[in-house]
Design a protein. Structure first.
Length: 270
C-alpha cells in the first residue's frame, strides 16, 4: 500500500525537480518582510553623502537616517571641515585640503532609548588642480610728492586680511587702512609738518609682511612769497634863483683877493 506524500514531501519533490528556481522561490516566500524597510521594525541608523568623490574645497551635503527624537547627532571626518547641520536629518560640509585617498565619515548620536547610534560612509578625495597663484599685492598713492599738510590717498589691493603703510614722511609714521571686504584697502596719509625736503620710502604691509616700498618726494614749506617792492623815484624840484633880498654872506668867508663889487682898482686913475 502506497503512503500518501505530505505537503512537505511534495514541496521537496518539486524542488528537486525544478532545481535552483524552486530554491529561490522558497527563499522569497519564507522572508516576506526582508525588504520591507524601516516600517517593518525599528528605524535603522544610516549616513548618505551627496557624492562619493570630491576635491579639496568642494561642498557636499549629507543625509542622516536616525530614529525620531535622536539627540547629540554629529558627523565628522578627517576629510571634512565646516560641518553644519541644516536640520535634524541632514547638513553640509566642505572637503578639507587633504591628500588624495579614501576617508571614513562617521555619524554618532544618542537614540531615544539612550542607546548609542553609529553609522559610517566613505568619501574619496581626489587631488585638485593646482590652485591659482593669488595676484601680488599692490600699493598706489594718489600723488608721489607732497608738502607739509598735504593729504595723500593710499590704496592697497591684496588677498590678505589686513594692510597698512609706514613712512617717516607721514604724520604718526603709520597709516592704517580700511578694507571693503573685496581685497581693496584705503586710507589717508598726511605729510608731516616738520618734513624736510628730500625722498622718503613708503613701506606697504599685507598680512603683517612687507611686500613693497615706493619712493615719495617732499618739499619743506618755504618762506611765504614776498612781492618785490618797486623803488619810488624822488621828485626833483627845479632850482629857483634867489632874489637879492635873500642873499646872505656866509660867516668866516675867505678873502679871495678880489675887491668888493663897485671898487675901482685901476692905479692910473689915481
Amino acid at each position: 500500500m502506497r503512503k500518501a506524500l505530505s505537503i512537505s514531501a511534495i514541496v521537496l519533490a518539486s524542488s528537486m525537480a525544478l532545481g535552483g528556481t524552486a530554491t529561490a522561490f522558497a527563499a522569497d516566500t519564507t522572508s516576506p518582510a526582508a525588504d520591507a524597510g524601516p516600517t517593518a521594525g525599528p528605524t535603522r541608523t544610516g549616513l548618505k553623502l551627496s557624492t562619493s568623490a570630491a576635491k579639496p574645497g568642494d561642498s557636499i551635503s549629507f543625509e542622516m537616517r536616525v530614529p525620531d527624537g535622536s539627540t547629540h547627532l554629529s558627523v565628522s571626518s578627517e576629510a571634512l571641515g565646516d560641518v553644519r547641520m541644516t536640520d535634524g536629518r541632514g547638513g553640509t560640509a566642505k572637503v578639507a585640503d587633504v591628500k588624495e585617498g579614501t576617508y571614513g565619515v562617521s555619524l554618532t548620536g544618542t537614540g531615544t532609548d539612550g542607546a548609542e547610534l553609529r553609522a559610517t560612509a566613505r568619501i574619496v578625495v581626489k587631488a585638485d588642480a593646482p590652485k591659482p597663484t593669488p595676484a601680488p599685492s599692490d600699493l598706489r598713492l594718489s600723488q608721489d610728492s607732497g608738502r607739509p599738510g598735504d593729504r595723500i590717498t593710499v590704496t592697497v589691493k591684496t588677498s590678505e586680511k589686513d594692510a597698512s603703510v609706514k613712512s617717516a614722511a607721514f604724520t604718526g609714521g603709520q597709516v592704517n587702512l580700511k578694507g571693503d571686504g573685496k581685497g581693496t584697502f584705503t586710507g589717508t596719509a598726511t605729510v608731516a609738518p616738520d618734513v624736510k625736503t628730500g625722498y622718503y620710502g613708503v613701506d606697504a604691509y599685507a598680512g603683517g609682511k612687507k611686500f613693497d616700498t615706493v619712493k615719495f618726494s617732499t618739499e619743506a614749506k618755504a618762506t611765504p612769497d614776498v612781492k618785490p617792492v618797486t623803488p619810488v623815484k624822488p621828485t626833483v624840484k627845479p632850482v629857483q634863483p634867489l632874489r637879492p633880498s635873500e642873499h646872505r654872506t656866509p660867516k668866516g668867508s675867505v678873502n679871495t683877493g678880489q675887491a668888493p663889487a663897485g671898487t675901482d682898482t685901476d692905479p692910473s686913475r689915481g
